[in-house]
Each structure stands twice: as C-alpha cells, then as structure tokens.
Ligand binder design. Structure first.
Ligand code: ADP
Ligand code: ADP
Length: 227
C-alpha cells in the first residue's frame, strides 16, 4: 500500500480529548484538504503523523508501515511539514535553511546539498534570495522557502498546517498557487486550511473535522454541497 492511513486515532492532553477516533485515508498522488472549526483537532492530527505528538491509541501508517515503528529522523525525511509560522532558522541564510537539513537529514555532502538547495529555491522562484536572512523576505516568500525546504527532503507526502493563515491577504495567492502547482504535479499532500476556494478548486478530497473526528470526506463538490 502507498499513501497515508490514519486509523481510529485517539489523543488527549490531560483531560482534554483532542482526537476521538480520527480516521483518514490519503491516496498517493492526491491532495486532501482538511477543514473544520478551530479546536477540532486538525493541527494535532497532522502533528501526530510525524510524531510531534503521540496518540494514545489507533494507528498511523505510511506506505503500509506504522509511523510508530519508524525512526523519527527517517520519518521526518519521508513526511514534509509546512507550518503556519514558517519555522525557518532566522539567523541563517535562506540557502542554509535548505542546506542544513539536506546535510543532517539526507546526509548529503556540502556540494551536493548546495546544488539541491539551489534547485529547490529555483522551483519556488527564490534563488535570488539565497544569501538573504529570512527576515529580509516577505511572509509569502518565507513560506515559499519553507515549502522549498520540505521539497528538498524529497518526501513522500507534505503536510501543510494552515500555510497561509499568518500571511497578509495580498501574499496568500502566491503561496496557494505554488501548492496548487505541486498538486498538479502529483505530490501527495494534506493541507489544513480555511481557504475554501482553494479547497474547492485544488483538493481531490475534502475532509471535514469536528470535535476530534473526521466526520465527512468526499470530493469537494460532495462535501461543499451537503446541507
Ligand atoms: P485545530 O487545528 O483544529 O484548531 P488543534 O489540533 O490545534 O485544533 O487543537 C485542538 C484542541 O487541542 C484545542 O482545544 C487545543 O487547545 C488543544 N491542544 C492542542 N495542542 C495542545 C497541547 N500541546 N496541550 C494541550 N492542549 C492542546
Ligand atoms: P495552531 O493553531 O497553529 O495549532 P496554536 O496556538 O493552537 O497554533 O498552538 C501552538 C502550539 O501550542 C502548538 O505546539 C500546540 O500544540 C500548543 N498548544 C495549543 N494549545 C495548547 C494548550 N491548550 N496547552 C498547551 N499547548 C497548547
């Protein structure tokens, strides 16, 4: 099997039951948008996939392998993650933000890491910013760097946690266009978003979460037309 399977995951923080039997299946090559009210567990669900948080029960499988059986470094190479707040290293250049994980996670030589990093920056249109600090870039550019960094790991899947929520409105479009382009190329992605137009147009599948469960999944047309 390929893709991602989240199977009956329960997760509590103390007495707060955040995931209450969340189940979601993401086919390889497809884009799934996860929507739902604030606090419904969307972010926690993504974080459980690359083990930034651990479920109390249930299973999460990547290409058929339980993520709990994978070495965390190996898992993070296979699962890319893009956060709302970019999470770039602020005191490093844009280029180093890609080179460092290419060296430490993919174990590339300095020269090979630099070559891959420049390729990925070219893909997101930011080679000319390679020697800048992230703070010299717009929020939209910083998020594109974060996406380039995820792509640099050559992951099987990329998880996006509200990738445009921290951006000024005029910067949202460029980031959504980049994600749409990746979807068009057949990247496997899960995108938590409040951008309904994006979900409607780009997602193969929309999953609606409420109170710690995925309560509906389907093609955008189905999910958005239901009463
Ligand atoms: P969403 O992404 O749908 O807004 P989250 O997964 O961020 O939902 O959060 C779901 C619930 O879990 C919220 O009530 C949030 O406060 C709580 N929560 C998330 N992370 C933690 C944590 N580390 N400790 C305690 N509660 C948390
Ligand atoms: P987001 O909406 O991007 O998930 P949050 O502000 O909900 O942002 O969470 C930011 C960080 O704080 C996350 O690491 C989350 O797990 C943690 N967190 C969220 N809610 C709580 C909480 N009630 N108690 C402790 N940690 C929390």
């Amino acid at each position: 099997p390929s893709g991602l399977e989240i199977d009956d995951v329960h997760l509590s923080y103390g007495r707060t039951r955040v995931l209450r039997g969340a189940t979601l299946s993401v086919e390889s090559g497809r884009t799934t948008c996860v929507i739902g009210p604030s606090g419904s567990g969307k972010s926690t669900l993504l974080r459980a996939v690359n083990r930034l948080t651990e479920p109390d029960s249930g299973d999460i499988r990547l290409a058929g392998e339980s993520v709990l059986d994978l070495d965390p470094d190996r898992l993070r190479r296979r699962v890319g993650m893009v956060f709302q707040q970019f999470n770039l290293f602020g005191h490093r250049t844009v280029l180093d933000n890609l080179v460092l994980p290419l060296r430490s996670v993919r174990k590339l030589s300095a020269a090979a890491a630099q070559a891959v990093a420049l390729d990925r920056l070219a893909e997101v249109g930011l080679v000319h910013k390679a020697d800048h600090r992230p703070s010299a870039l717009s929020g939209g550019q910083q998020q594109r760097v974060a996406i380039a960094r995820a792509l640099a790991m050559d992951p099987e899947i990329i998880l996006f946690d509200e990738p445009t929520s921290a951006l000024d409105p005029e910067l949202v479009k460029g980031v959504l266009e980049l994600i749409a382009e990746l979807a068009g190329r057949g990247m496997t992605m899960v995108v938590v978003t409040h951008e309904m137009g994006f979900a409607r147009e780009v997602a193969d599948t929309v999953a609606f979460m409420d109170q710690g469960r995925v309560v509906e999944t389907g093609a955008p047309r189905q999910v958005f037309s239901s009463p």
